[in-house]
Design a protein. Structure first.
Length: 276
């Protein structure tokens, strides 16, 4: 084939006239369609190959084309950015959201039904807000929802409401005895402080979820409005950072320092920290 094309070019270069042999003219008339046919076949083969590569790459991942720079005209198919690709975490980090239930009104009391309904509604809305805002991020592929229920509320319909809402229930005791608290003011006032006294310290059990990479501790009556991807990325990539929290500016007295807000805490679980 190659020799025939070169021969034809040579003949044309020398100047083909009316006296050229019939065999040469026949050869010329046969070669051109054949060259075009082979060229078309090559084009079709290349296009088919490109579509096959793209098809295989597309179905090998999560819908993202993962081919290595294949040039198509002026366009180029490039691998996805490492910052957004799920290839960055073959196994996504496990993120647990935790809440605490310190008590549940007795069955049959006037406040029982409203408490169960409130827990069910609050837990459901919070879980939905976390799932919705984490979806599609590097940290939304392995979520867990844990409710720490004080042993005093064990077996209540409140924990049944939590399970119904999709939370894993863990029964816990108050991790610190009041008489063991070193700070005098806290020791004297914690039992009468806030809604639940020292029982509220069961929030520290969030540090025991050591099978998780990070724990988001929130109050059951709160919701997540935006993704917390920057916070998680900072926490998980900074070895010296153990927790992130907000201060309770709304409850600080004039001239006093603001304390930590117990309704939002993002931490790295650690039994060492829990046992301090």
């Amino acid at each position: 084939m190659k020799g025939s094309v070169l021969k034809r070019g040579t003949v044309l270069g020398d100047g083909l006239n009316d006296e050229s042999s019939a065999s040469t003219r026949v050869l010329n008339s046969l070669e051109e369609p054949k060259v075009r046919s082979d060229s078309k076949l090559r084009n079709i083969s290349v296009i088919t190959m490109l579509f096959m590569i793209i098809f295989v790459a597309y179905h090998a991942g999560d819908g993202t084309v993962i081919t290595n720079s294949i040039g198509v005209g002026n366009a180029s198919l490039k691998p996805p950015s490492p910052s957004t690709s799920n290839l960055r975490h073959p196994t996504p980090p496990k993120i647990s959201t935790a809440i605490t239930i310190t008590s549940c009104p007795s069955d049959g009391s006037t406040s029982h039904d409203s408490a169960v309904t409130g827990i069910s509604d609050g837990a459901s809305v919070l879980k939905h807000s976390v799932t919705r805002n984490m979806k599609g991020t590097d940290y939304g592929g392995n979520l867990e929802f844990v409710a720490f229920v004080h042993v005093g509320a064990k077996g209540s319909k409140c924990e049944d409401a939590l399970r119904w809402a999709g939370w894993k229930v863990k029964h816990v005791e108050t991790p610190i005895k009041v008489e063991e608290i070193r700070t005098k003011m806290l020791k004297e006032r914690i039992s009468i402080n806030g809604c639940c006294g020292e029982i509220e310290l069961i929030k520290f059990h969030a540090y025991t979820l050591t099978d998780s990479d990070a724990v988001l501790l929130m109050d059951i009556d709160s919701i997540l409005l935006k993704p917390i991807t920057p916070l998680l990325q900072t926490l998980l990539t900074t070895p010296t950072l153990e927790a992130m929290y907000t201060k309770d500016w709304g409850m600080v007295a004039p001239g006093k320092k603001a304390g930590a807000q117990g309704g939002f805490l993002l931490l790295k679980p650690s039994l060492t920290t829990f046992d301090l």
